[in-house]
Design a protein around this ligand. Sequence first.
Ligand SMILES: [Zn+2]
Length: 382
Amino acid sequence: VVADIVSTSELPPGAEGREFQVDLLLPGFINAHSHLEYTLFHGRLPRGRIPFGDWIDAIAALKKGATGDAYFEGVKSGVAQLLAGGTTTVIDSAHSPEAARGLSGAAVRYVLLWEILGLLEDQAREGYAGLHERLALPGGIRCINVGVNPHAPYSIGPYLRGRLKVLLKENPDLVCAWHLNETAEEMELFETGGGDLAGFLQRHELPLPFDAPPRCSPLEFLGREQLLDRCDLAFHLNHFRVEDASQFAAPCGVVHCPGTHAFFDRPPFPAMKLISAGANLCLGTDSLASATTLNMFDVVRCAGRAFPALTGPQLLDLATRNPARLRPLAIVSPRLGIIEPGAAADFAAIRMPAGFDMDMRELLLVPEAQVAATFIAGEKLF
Ligand SMILES: [Zn+2]
């Protein structure tokens, strides 16, 4: 825990031996969305402006051939990459028990969200039974919280929606996050019942998630289904109306993943519109199945280049103070996402080129700047 902040001239006797030379000491980054179990899928999926169904087909084929060991190794490699990029806390979605095993031995602080999906009732029944077993698995020493990630409104049928409502009612503190309003195909499906995503479901002989097209966005659909009130986190939310933003004020949030946005060559993300309308905007890496890096410092800098109107402190907040205000993290003691007496000694130490004298925004965007060390609970782990 951070005991105090003093100038170097006031260091107590004996502290010199533990000095660590650093140019810029930042709070450890909080990665608000990843699927570390997919780390080994890096470079094996189609990218660019492809129908989303093509990407889902490709990842489903990779998942068919993946063993538990591959997920376990993926998480281990993913955690190492997170640490190398200054991440000290991660909110990770997983479907395999091996991924949870990988996380439970990891040095990084984590919230584990169990992913569930199913449009066909039989599959959904099986998945839901498995969810109870997974929620009961013991967490590792750095586990902060456990919750659910119903994948997305288009992949959750009426049976699962019903079960989730009961589960969330019976467990008022259970954290819940959805992939929401991510693609134009998803918006079209809920508006019209047709489009590429409907074609994808048809090809796979899967039913639509609703009886009749609700003629609204997936987000509004969750509201009608009485599931939106318990949505703590929306992943992506690339499409939204201004009036949707306040739904995601702290302690809720929206997670934007700049790497995934670039991977699919999506139109610019309206970050300023979302922030000014009251949403608590956070950053995530998503997985290496739909991004090319798990380095949060790079993700922060990518966001900085994409959103020139953000000040340096605002930019840093997206990966520190904003996610620290999220419901599953706000309760943590010592506090995360900030350097102050009493807060967790979680740091990203940044090495800068010689002779820098700039404001925070410029500092963060210096191309040569890089993470030199990562500390969690005062321990140097990278
Ligand atoms: Zn995701």
